[in-house]
Design a protein around this ligand. Sequence first.
Ligand code: HEC
Ligand code: HEC
Length: 350
Amino acid sequence: MLRTLLVAFALAVFTLLAHATGGVRLAAQAVPDAPHWAYGYMKPPAAGESAPPCPPVARPFPDCAYPVTPVADDGVKRTLPGTGRSFTRNESYFDYGPADWYPEDHPAMPDVVAKGKQADGVRACALCHYPNGQGKMENGGVAGLPAAYIQQQLADFKSGARRSADPRKANTNEMAQIARRLTDEEAKAAAEYFASMSWRKWVRVVESDQAPRVRATTNGLFLPVAGAPQEPLGQRIIEMPEHPESTELVRDPRSGFVAYVPIGSVAKGEVLVTTGGDGRTARCTLCHGADLKGTATVPGIAGRSASYIVRQLYDMQQGTRQTKTMKAAVAKLTVEDMVSITAYVSSRIP
Ligand code: HEC
Ligand code: HEC
């Protein structure tokens, strides 16, 4: 009851504000400032700055990625709570068979998920999306998505219908390269595998006017700078691992993320998501389900990586991720709306 009242109140305030500003926000340029923080960058791209192109012929190296200076393995076997297994850093990161810390958390992996295809430079899906499909913020979560939806996305990456709006984002290019090098059978096996698991809570949303200072790694993972003072958040979402050490060093697939969002953004987002905000967007719950957990054909969005969700909304608005169904929902959104919508969506429990 209180919640209903609050929503009604928030909606009234929202409507009032929209009128008070004479719809200026609606008329504003849809893309005043790209949310580069959602793509894992500290600042916008410099003129002409972009990821290296993917060569047409496979090389043994994962050739779309920015070359990462190899880290000499210190040989230290590390372990994690609740597993008898131990791996060195480089074993955890092995491109063609990364550490599987908790085999009991998932069904048997198809080969392409567990190992990829070394001869074709296709790195294992488990490297970036984890064996349980929960994934890291710079990649995305694939567990619990409808199998047909996963196959459609792989087809869209392959055809070029799905690209990143940020020209620097090499790992999205690599994802497309991987999709191009999968056989139909491999794509189907991976899709069915990830679809067979359920999505679980992966991001803790914290409303704040400050966030820890972060640095960006090569591939778009943010890590907090130890000992640095907090910084003003502004109209951004800053996401980082809950336990930076275990995510960064050994890719702990049970350790999720924390997303700092602006104060008041969750309530603002709830209004947009559940009502459409007076024509500003489409009511998300109509298609993604009342609890945003998705349906047999529509992907669930509840409790998923905040930076991933902002990237998708922005990519779809820019048209680098083509969509018919989502067009009306994203057309008029400002980056601030995307921040609010995402704050709410990511805070939902899947
Ligand atoms: C090098 C890291 C990497 C590897 C390896 C990788 N992916 Fe991805 N994947 C990504 C990135 C990056 C994205 C897109 C993120 C973005 O643009 O926001 C993505 C997105 C996806 C999506 C879209 C998810 C959604 O919610 O729409 C699917 C499906 C997917 N990957 C499946 C796979 C499969 C299957 C494999 C193995 C055959 C694989 N990926 C291997 C990095 C990777
Ligand atoms: C008319 C139905 C419909 C509405 C309304 C709708 N969506 Fe979607 N959404 C879809 C479908 C279907 C997809 C799958 C991609 C596609 O078909 O383009 C999708 C995809 C997405 C994705 C990408 C998911 C992923 O895993 O990559 C996000 C994020 C998303 N929607 C968020 C929203 C939000 C937030 C709203 C409300 C502001 C919304 N959607 C409203 C149907 C809808």
